[in-house]
Design a protein around this ligand. Structure first.
Ligand SMILES: NC(=O)c1ccc[n+]([C@@H]2O[C@H](COP(=O)([O-])OP(=O)(O)OC[C@H]3O[C@@H](n4cnc5c(N)ncnc54)[C@H](O)[C@@H]3O)[C@@H](O)[C@H]2O)c1
Length: 278
């Protein structure tokens, strides 16, 4: 199955919770969120914009970008959008050059694009190509995107980078295989190294590590790869008795991207409702 076919043409929702922010922590900031036409990235983009940032959403799916733009606009939120394939270095470089020319620099980079690309769960069924695709999307995209924004962040001696790890990369996954877990573990390791390298330039680098978030993509994997009984058992083992929401992740990302977190760098922040303790 191609990974593009797992999405419908549904318009993403802008929840009231995302818009209900009392503070505008990003009023003079420009943010770029990759893979943001849907799911967690879209929610994060709306949250950052609701807090005053000028936000660019990048995605490879132009129709979905237009639906995301319209959905945000209907709530008084303007998101700028750019077509960018996060699995392609050239697409990232030219997309970011264009955004930087229009926006005058990126202060906050959210490396959200990622996923297991519906590759097999059992290791013995994962091909070399499956590994390559998953490592490219989850690891190389962070390398290419960061390399494209860091020169201007260093010049301005300010930057916030938030990468996307996962519970998979910290503790293991219940629905994605070893390739995805390895890629997210690499993101957490790269985050620490980048934090060390770029801290002296005034740039923080952190990552968020959510457990299962029921986005459109995850819901399908969840239903395919776990029985109803298994799903009920897993939920009952999460101390907070619910799954992570896109709003939970958007709040954590915006905190790490804000000046409230100006002395926090190199962390892998778990968002799993205590699941990893169980
Ligand atoms: N959903 C979860 O349960 C979960 C849990 C932990 C971590 N994560 C991580 O959070 C991030 C977002 O996950 P999600 O579930 O919201 O993702 P998603 O699959 O819902 O995808 C969001 C968007 O990414 C876009 N996208 C996919 N491949 C792309 C590419 N090559 N270039 C540009 N855009 C691309 C899609 O078009 C889509 O609009 C990912 O890094 C994922 O690994 C997700």
């Amino acid at each position: 199955m191609s990974d593009a076919s797992i999405y419908s043409e549904a318009t993403p929702e802008v929840s009231e919770q995302l818009l209900a922010v009392a503070c505008r922590r990003f009023s003079s900031r420009t943010a770029l969120v990759t893979g943001a036409a849907r799911g967690i990235g879209f929610a994060t983009a709306v949250r950052l914009a609701a807090e005053g940032a000028q936000v660019w959403i990048a995605d490879r799916d132009n129709d979905a970008l237009e639906r995301a733009y319209a959905a945000a606009r209907a709530h008084g939120i303007t998101l700028h959008h750019a077509i960018m394939d996060s699995a392609c270095a050239d697409s990232i470089r030219s997309g970011i050059a264009d955004i930087q020319a229009k926006a005058g620099g990126v202060d906050v980079l959210v490396n959200n694009a990622g996923g297991s690309l519906h590759t097999p769960f059992p290791l013995m069924e994962e091909s070399g190509r499956d590994w390559e695709r998953v490592m490219t999307l989850n690891v190389m995209s962070v390398v290419w995107t960061s390399q494209a924004v860091l020169p201007s962040m260093m010049q301005r001696r300010y930057g916030r980078i938030v990468n996307f790890g996962s519970k998979a990369g910290r503790f293991s996954s219940l629905i994605a295989g070893a390739n995805y877990a390895a890629s997210k573990g690499a993101v957490a390791a790269m985050t620490r190294q980048m934090a060390t390298e770029f801290g002296p330039s005034g740039i923080t680098v952190n990552c968020v590590c959510p457990g299962v978030v029921m986005t459109e993509r995850t819901q399908r994997l969840w239903a395919e790869r776990r029985t109803e009984e298994e799903r009920a058992k897993i939920l009952s083992d999460i101390p907070l008795r619910r799954y992570c929401s896109v709003e939970d992740v958007a709040a954590a990302v915006s905190f790490l991207a804000s000046d409230d977190a100006s002395f926090i760098t190199g962390v892998a922040l778990d968002l799993n409702g205590g699941q990893a303790m169980a």
